[in-house]
Design a protein around this ligand. Structure first.
Ligand SMILES: [Fe+2]
Ligand SMILES: [Fe+2]
Length: 244
């Protein structure tokens, strides 16, 4: 467990083992340009959201919270680098779809503002909401694409986001070490997740409609993953797997 000094080192080693992956090479499938324009815009918003993240690394380094150490801070730095790689992959996707990258967007700003306002624990709650959103959304987009390189890239992103979800759940579980903290987490988590889901549903409604993704299907996926994350964090006594 996280009281053991080797605990966060295992996460560090997992992220290190993936840190040398190269960016994919664009393929020449001609059908990309026929996909809905709204998909390029939607992925450009996610591309913006996957960029940045430097302040949380500093915060993790300087943090005096219990149950974390320098290996956690290094893992956080490697995690941010992995998210920045996602931004680079999504930039290639946007380019292949004939879209343009963006510098500003209200949902990306909402996530960034929430991360700036608050301490490390609440920042990680916001990151966890972004992982839940990303896992489900990338998966649903990949499921709508024919067998292409882009489908494989998005599938790889889903696998990364699933391990990010576990990483953040392990941290939050280590911090929710009292009953009242677990209650507080549940209130903050459900409110954050609800706000994130509504915002993404609104901002990406054109792509969701054009790709034939049912709003109910995506909502149910988000709620299923958010309940899974909640259980990983607050369930006591259970043999919760909290290793990479
Ligand atoms: Fe990501
Ligand atoms: Fe992630």
């Amino acid at each position: 467990m996280y009281k053991d000094s080797s605990y966060w080192r295992q996460w560090q080693e997992l992220f290190e083992s993936r840190s040398e992956r190269r960016l994919p090479t664009p393929d020449d499938w001609p059908g990309y340009v026929d996909l809905p324009r709204s998909l390029a815009r939607s992925l450009a918003i996610f591309q913006l959201g996957e960029s940045g993240g430097g302040t949380i690394i500093e915060q993790a380094r300087a943090s005096e919270l219990p149950h974390i150490d320098e290996c956690y801070a290094r893992s956080m730095a490697l995690f941010v680098r992995e998210e920045n790689r996602h931004a680079d992959i999504l930039a290639i996707c946007v380019q292949q779809l004939g879209g343009e990258l963006i510098r500003k967007n209200w949902t990306a700003r909402l996530f960034v503002s929430a991360r700036r306002l608050i301490g490390l624990r609440l920042k990680v709650v916001v990151l966890l909401a972004a992982e839940v959103v990303g896992i489900c959304y990338y998966h649903l987009i990949a499921s709508r694409l024919p067998r292409t390189a882009m489908k494989d890239w998005l599938t790889e992103l889903v696998a990364d986001e699933q391990s990010h979800l576990d990483f953040h759940c392990c941290f939050l579980r280590s911090q929710a070490d009292r009953r009242w903290k677990r209650w507080l987490f549940v209130i903050v988590w459900r409110s954050t997740m609800l706000l994130a889901a509504v915002a993404v549903l609104l901002d990406h409604r054109a792509a969701i409609r054009d790709l034939g993704i049912g709003k109910r299907a995506i909502w149910q996926r988000w709620m299923t993953y958010s309940q899974l994350a909640e259980r990983l964090i607050v369930r006591t006594g259970a043999n919760v797997v909290c290793i990479p």
